[in-house]
Design a protein around this ligand. Structure first.
Ligand code: AMP
Length: 249
């Protein structure tokens, strides 16, 4: 069984992003970029399937600027066998990414495709679902456990108020939730080995996809600044302020 994972290059989760002065978006110049955390979980899940003898090959795919190569190298260091870079400087929105991934999937014919449930930069949470619709494949979103059976997968999903267990027939799309696994620490020897693994580069035109954006960002603004707190000398003053100023009691 071939498994394909989709890995996005995003601003590292530790970076506090700033909105550009013209409010056209977030300033990503000179900030640390990393693999989207949910995609690390997806790559770890695929690698564990290979280590358990359930998968024969893991292919990681990233769409975007040439530097997405680095994201693919991280996926290869976690355990993917090869990478595919769909290179473009165009602004990519979830529908365009889903179309690009579909074109790669048509060529690669994987049995299982694992994506993150959401990219931490755009927070869209759409790509996996759009991809399943374009392929007309079953999907299991927000997975916290994946068991591979004979031509099927049993997936535990994190839903409001509990867990839901569903069985889907393969080929299928799965999106990862936080509790699916804890990705391994990428070691130096594995980073060195990853350098020798193959990465193919394609352009959207090679895949017959027009990635032009369909949505226009009108404005991006910083969240309202929180007012500074105040230290009160005693409980009596606190109660009095909650009554007269905050008017909550
Ligand atoms: P989103 O719908 O943007 O929240 O992204 C959900 C998931 O789609 C991510 O966790 C990735 O697995 C995948 N994805 C989104 N953008 C890209 C990209 N540029 N390249 C590869 N995979 C992507």
């Amino acid at each position: 069984m071939k498994v394909l994972t989709a890995v996005k290059r995003v601003v590292d989760y530790n970076v506090k992003v700033r909105v550009k002065a013209d409010q056209s978006g977030v300033d990503i110049g000179n900030v640390k970029m990393s693999m989207n955390p949910f995609d690390e979980i997806a790559t770890e899940a695929a690698t564990r399937l290979k280590e358990a003898g359930k998968a024969t090959e893991v292919v990681a795919v990233s769409c975007g600027v040439p530097q997405c190569q680095e994201t693919l190298r991280t996926a290869l260091a976690i355990g993917a066998d090869r990478g595919v870079l769909v290179e473009t400087d165009a602004e990519l929105q979830p529908l365009a990414i889903a179309k690009l991934l579909k074109a790669v999937i048509d060529k690669e014919q994987p049995q299982l495709v694992i994506l993150g449930k959401q990219a931490i930069d755009d927070d869209a949470g759409q790509t996996g679902q759009l991809l399943a619709a374009l392929l007309d494949w079953p999907q299991a979103t927000f997975a916290s456990n994946i068991e591979i059976g004979d031509g099927s997968a049993t997936v535990t999903r994190e839903v409001d108020g509990g867990l839901e267990v569903i069985t889907i027939r393969l080929p299928a799309i799965v999106t990862t939730d936080l509790r699916l696994n804890e990705p391994r620490y990428v070691t130096l020897p594995n980073i060195m080995k990853a350098k020798k693994k193959p990465v193919d580069t394609l352009k959207p035109a090679d895949l017959g996809v027009d990635p032009s954006p369909r949505l226009k960002t009108l404005k991006v603004v910083e969240p309202a600044a929180r007012k500074a707190g105040a230290i009160v000398p005693d409980v009596a003053t606190l109660v009095q302020k909650l009554k007269s100023e905050a008017k909550v009691i």
